[in-house]
Design a protein around this ligand. Structure first.
Ligand code: M6R
Length: 609
């Protein structure tokens, strides 16, 4: 959600913080702020809107000079979007300033307590309450005050605090929201994710829950909130600056859509053994026996990751013949789920930090399920809190609308299904055939990408329409859901996705003259049924945009628009059929003049419930 960056070292903090904020802006972007400590004390600037607005403000103020500072880009939780609610927040009595990502759940009672002790609040935020609490408990030692304050709070947080009276110290802590400490040469960068760190160093530690880091120019110490020493595990960040640059693309979303063939090749590299007809997943080897004996699999996720998980449900039942269910993590976690012996829970997440997915995973694991992660971000919380897992390896995804992660998630779930299927019922020949088909998927995606201009022209013809339907069957029912989600989240057009047959049970009433209805109508198991559904839409005046298989010219008789995709096995088809839907959403957003990479009200990683 929000993005945190903090710096201490020999360099000037302001430019480093601004550059870090720009890299983190995809995490939240309704307001931003920055504070630097100089000889005269705390200098603070905040502004509503993008980091560019903050930069302008700093320029007008003549800039801040100082070699220690904290900065924040916000996605509002408590209190509206305003300059006073933007971070950093401060406690002027103690000269403390704080940036925070997460939610302090007991902030109301803490605020009352602090008001009784004479504190006056200027914002509506839970963060200001935490800043004042740290100030209230401050007795000359910022680390001790932060630890004491965190012992009093419930909720989730990643924080960095600094204090005028200790100008050589930053204190950071985390519970439930990610925070990393980059260890440079005589300098340290704290940030919500590696993208704000890699320009300075590739050595970092990921703080664990309830850990506190006291960082000065001479070194750092990690402890718990109860002040017990923690031995840090230093890791190597595997992220190139180039991977997070836009290059020649106008938007990250478009870049990431076009990266899909290469990303998928990377996801599959070394994992498909065509000769032996086997899928090799190093991360699952130690648990292969338990997985083969699994009696039930629960897939859980949110948003786009949930749509990938739904495809995983079809794959696992179809190929590995294991009963599966797929659940919104936000529902699963609170519904007292029954976890029987032999249950495996699979958490699917690009970021590995989604609060609901993480909580659902913990709930299932605590009830005895074996926990697997299908995650993109290496070292993320879900990756660390699972018994085993498989990384997507699609590279960093910056665009808020998830695209290449979806394709990577589906690919990994396909490989997990084949890993299990081959050990259960699948013959080596059938497995080898499927592997060979899977290896062709990146090339097939490339062919779809070559239709980009055609897809833009189709989108242009319908972009003024405010209601769209996306329909599919079987493996492509979740793809239809994904197409609708993509369109609504970046173009703000109302769109619904559903199984094609469900339309007759109510939604058909929506269809009026010219309403765009996107059908995933590739030559799969239920092609004839889909054609029947297309006829039903057409006879009510709807305009059909069909995603059809190359060579299927007959479909032009029933569809106004046809986008042809290469022929692909039904079970692998979502990785191909989703691509035109991503491009339709992208072009609709651009044509409507929206900020594709930073859609309103959204944030990349949802680390609050
Ligand atoms: O990081 P995650 O994959 O766990 O994120 C889950 C959803 O928040 C995410 O997929 C969201 O729906 C995207 N904005 C969709 O494009």
């Amino acid at each position: 959600m929000c993005g945190i960056v903090a710096y201490i070292g020999a360099g000037q903090a302001q430019p480093i913080l601004i550059e870090g904020l720009k890299r983190l802006e995809y995490r939240g972007y309704d307001s931003a702020g920055l504070a630097v400590l100089d000889d005269a004390g705390l200098r603070l600037a905040r502004s509503v809107g993008r980091v560019a607005n903050l930069e302008e403000k700093l320029e007008k103020l003549g800039g801040f000079r100082g070699t220690i500072g904290v900065a924040h880009t916000r996605w509002a939780t408590h209190g509206g979007v305003s300059e006073t609610n933007a971070h950093p927040h401060r406690d002027d009595r103690a000269g403390i300033c704080l940036v925070h990502n997460g939610i302090i759940e007991n902030y109301a009672s803490l605020r009352k307590y602090l008001e009784e002790r004479g504190h006056r609040f200027t914002s509506e935020t839970d963060t200001e309450v935490l800043a004042m609490l740290i100030g209230e408990l401050y007795d000359g030692d910022l680390e001790a005050a932060v630890q004491a304050a965190l012992r009093e709070v419930t909720g989730a947080y990643a924080i960095v605090a600094m204090c005028e009276r200790e100008p050589d110290v930053l204190v950071a802590a985390r519970k439930g929201s990610p925070l990393m400490l980059g260890i440079g040469n005589g300098e340290y960068v704290l940030a919500s994710d590696p993208s704000a760190i890699v320009a300075h160093t590739t050595q970092a530690i990921a703080l664990d829950d309830y850990n506190v880091a006291r960082v000065s120019r001479d070194g750092f110490r990690t402890s718990t909130v109860d002040n017990i020493d923690v031995t840090p595990r230093v890791m190597q960040l595997e992220l190139d600056l180039e991977q997070i640059e836009l290059g020649d693309f106008p938007h990250y979303m478009l870049k990431e859509i076009f990266e899909q063939p290469a990303a998928l090749r990377n996801t599959m590299r070394g994992r498909l053994d065509t000769k032996e007809g086997k899928v090799v997943l190093g991360g699952l080897n130690s648990l292969a026996k338990e997985l083969v004996r699994a009696r039930k699999i629960i897939l859980t996720a949110q948003g786009t990751a949930l749509h990938a998980a739904m495809i995983g449900e079809y794959l696992l039942e179809d190929l590995a013949k294991i009963p599966c269910e797929c659940e919104y993590a936000s529902e699963f976690r609170y519904r007292n789920p029954i976890i029987e012996e032999g249950t495996v829970v699979v958490a699917v997440s690009q970021s590995g930090e989604t609060a609901d997915t993480l909580a659902a995973l913990h709930e299932a694991r605590d009830r005895g399920a074996l926990a697997l992660g299908v995650v993109n971000v290496v070292g993320s919380t879900i990756a660390r809190d699972t018994d085993a897992g498989v990384y997507l390896r699609v590279g960093p995804e910056i665009g808020v609308a998830s695209t290449k992660a979806f394709v990577g998630q589906v690919a990994v779930l396909t490989m997990i299904s084949m890993f299990m299927a081959r050990r259960r019922f699948m013959s080596p020949e059938a497995s080898a055939r499927m592997i060979a088909e899977m290896e062709q998927v990146p090339d097939k995606i490339e062919r779809v990408l070559s239709l980009n201009d055609e897809i833009r022209r189709v989108t242009e013809r319908y972009v003024e329409r405010n209601n769209w339907l996306f329909l599919g069957r079987g493996y492509n029912y979740p793809t239809a859901l994904e197409g609708a989600l993509k369109l609504k989240e970046i173009s703000y057009i109302h769109a619904e996705g559903m199984p094609a047959a469900e339309m007759k049970h109510g939604p058909i009433a929506l269809i009026d003259d010219g309403m765009p209805v996107v059908f995933i109508a590739n030559k799969g198991n239920q092609y004839d049924k889909v054609i029947n559904n297309i006829e039903e839409v057409r006879s009510r005046g709807g305009h059909v945009i069909a995603i059809a298989t190359e060579g299927d010219e007959q479909i032009r008789e029933v569809a106004q628009e046809v986008i042809h995709v290469p022929e692909v096995a039904d079970s692998l088809s979502p990785m191909v059929t989703v691509v035109p839907l991503q491009l339709i959403a992208y072009h609709a957003a651009v044509l409507r003049g929206h900020d594709v990479d930073k859609p309103r009200n959204l944030a990349k990683s949802v680390t609050v419930e």
